[in-house]
Design a protein around this ligand. Structure first.
Ligand SMILES: *[C@@H]1O[C@H](CO)[C@@H](O)[C@H](O)[C@H]1NC(C)=O
Ligand SMILES: *[C@@H]1O[C@H](CO)[C@@H](O)[C@H](O)[C@H]1NC(C)=O
Length: 205
């Protein structure tokens, strides 16, 4: 009994995890990630695509197939554009994009949404959403305020060149459970069409 309890407690941090963008379609794993990150990370993501980065860095340290140059776990959890080229969204400046997060297990902390240039590995433009405290409180998804799980972001202007090509930019949701010290990232591939070129999503959420 005691040892069973101990096992459950030991396993809990790896098993209870935690969040991903459900909509628009977010980056998933695939053979490109196996090449870049190794099989251990891909298997972990396959068994739980809401898992946290610190679990994956631990796996990386024991997998000789892990390539730090090709697999940046702090950018989209090392998920690769090559596995997701069929899921590229086309937006234009001013489009209002509804985002839906699955917060499988909450951990109170901070979060934000931004556009990241994958080549430069840095945020470009202003943060689109920032929660400096109180993000994802409670014990189950129902405890988390709906506006933290379902919100919309407006595609900024000024990134038409930086984000013209699929794969060059992602919309990244980033959440840190401050007490749990667990980081979550989920990314949407998109490109920005020159103004007037697409019929964007014009409704307000
Ligand atoms: C993540 O897993 C959920 C549940 O298994 C699934 O519905 C969803 O499509 C997956 N998303 C990605 C990006 O892999
Ligand atoms: C964005 O979120 C990440 C993870 O929660 C955090 O490390 C970073 O400081 C945040 N940045 C801003 C500007 O909120």
């Amino acid at each position: 009994m005691l040892s069973t309890l101990a096992t459950v407690l030991l396993l809990a941090p790896a098993v209870l995890s935690h969040g991903i963008i459900m909509n628009p379609p977010s980056r998933a794993t695939g053979p490109g990630q196996t090449t870049a990150c190794g099989q251990a990370i891909v298997s972990a993501i396959k068994s739980d695509n809401t898992s946290y980065v610190e679990q994956l860095t631990k796996l990386a340290s024991t997998d000789s197939k892990f390539s730090a140059a090709a697999c940046n776990l702090y950018l989209c959890k090392g998920l690769q554009y090559a596995d997701n080229s069929a899921n590229v969204q086309t937006w234009k400046a001013g489009d209002v994009v509804p985002v839906k997060i699955w917060l499988r297990i909450p951990h109170e902390g901070i979060a934000n949404v931004s556009i990241v240039s994958t080549k430069q590995n840095k945020v470009v433009g202003d943060f689109l959403k920032v929660w400096t405290k109180g993000y994802a409180p409670g014990k189950s998804e129902a405890d988390v305020p709906i506006e933290q799980r379902e919100f919309s972001v407006t595609v900024p202007s000024g990134l038409e060149t930086t984000c013209a090509m699929a794969g060059d930019c992602v919309l990244q949701w980033w959440w840190l459970g401050t007490a749990a010290k667990q980081t979550y990232e989920s990314c949407v591939d998109f490109k920005i069409a020159a103004s007037g070129a697409s019929q964007g999503l014009e409704f307000k959420a």
